[in-house]
Design a protein around this ligand. Sequence first.
Ligand SMILES: Cc1ncc(COP(=O)(O)O)c(C=O)c1O
Length: 399
Amino acid sequence: MGEAWSIEAIRAAMPAVRESVYLNTGTYGPLPSIVLEAMRATAEREWAAGRITLENYERIAELKHAARREVAALLRCRPDQIALTRHTTDGINLAVMGRNWQAGDELVTTDMEHPGAQGPIFNVARRYGVIVRTARLGTGAGDSVHAVARCIGPRTRMVVLSHLTWNTGALLPIAEITELAHRVGALVVVDGAQSAGSIPVDVIALGVDVYAIPGQKWLCGPEGTGAVYVSDDALDQLQLTIVGYASLVQGAVEPIGGYLLPKPTAERFEVGGMHMPAIAGQVAALRWLREELGYEWIFGRIAQLGQTARRRLEEVPGVTVLTPPDRMAGLLTFTVDGCDPQQLVQALARRNVIVRWITHPYAIRLSTGFYNDESDLDRFIEALLDARRELASAQETVR
Ligand SMILES: Cc1ncc(COP(=O)(O)O)c(C=O)c1O
């Protein structure tokens, strides 16, 4: 971590984390001040100088390049393998919709996926008669490779799964599953919504074909930003579903009877205009994380705080942590005996502690961000005990 950035300085640079006990980066990360400044400066420049100046066109192209370069540095690939998107779900959609599906083709997924992956899968199943095989992984604590392997067969054309699951925060063995999938010629599409910015990701070492990420969660960027890695193989195999001027080679465009060729890079999956203040904010966030704080430090701190949160939770009688201990990072899911998760989350919010409940399994989920500290965990545990007392006494009154 850079000298200038003590935890206190980081927390001062992210005001939202001092407003509440902020333990829900898995939904939205807190915005660093530098992101606000970048967004404001871009919006003001557009407002004052206009958006159609020559300099602005150049600035737009450079900002988009900068965003792709930053994402490539994060995922350890080439910038030309990155397309900018609006969110994780965009990236998963363009991959799942990009296969030339025939009725009876098979797609393998797991029972731990977010609707952001379930939606596109459901869509191709209904539209093209794709057969979906779902590996039952439960909490992700068992032999996930074996469970997925049992679903893969000669007709499997795609495997879609999370790197870090949104429900129990379990890390899935992506490299091993990718190897099995590639043996039958299937593409592997990874939902990186909870892994990007929370654990090290090397898409080349993992061997995956598509890796979709958001900007607004662990990477602390603005809403409406995301990116997707597309491997060279996948670029050859995936068709375009939504196409626009940003997808095409400019020089080949002719009004009538000309050729409209997809760009030779992953940029072909971009479609049209983007909200440049948001892209400026995304670049500012990624630069700050990489240059000022350092990803290695960030990943280490998230993992260490995750372990501390787990230990603290396990000391509370009646708490059951569902996250597999040996496959976790900064997402923790738990239940508290006798407490309804939704009511408990609301009771915690009344105590200024921000976590969320999830439905499958019905439980509470907290995220430890790099900006959290031990005092956040102290306040969380204190609030949990207090909230539990409140819910118990409310139940007594009802009886
Ligand atoms: C695992 C996972 N996938 C996808 C999504 C959807 O993300 P986005 O809003 O970036 O599409 C989420 C959001 O919570 C998630 O946790």
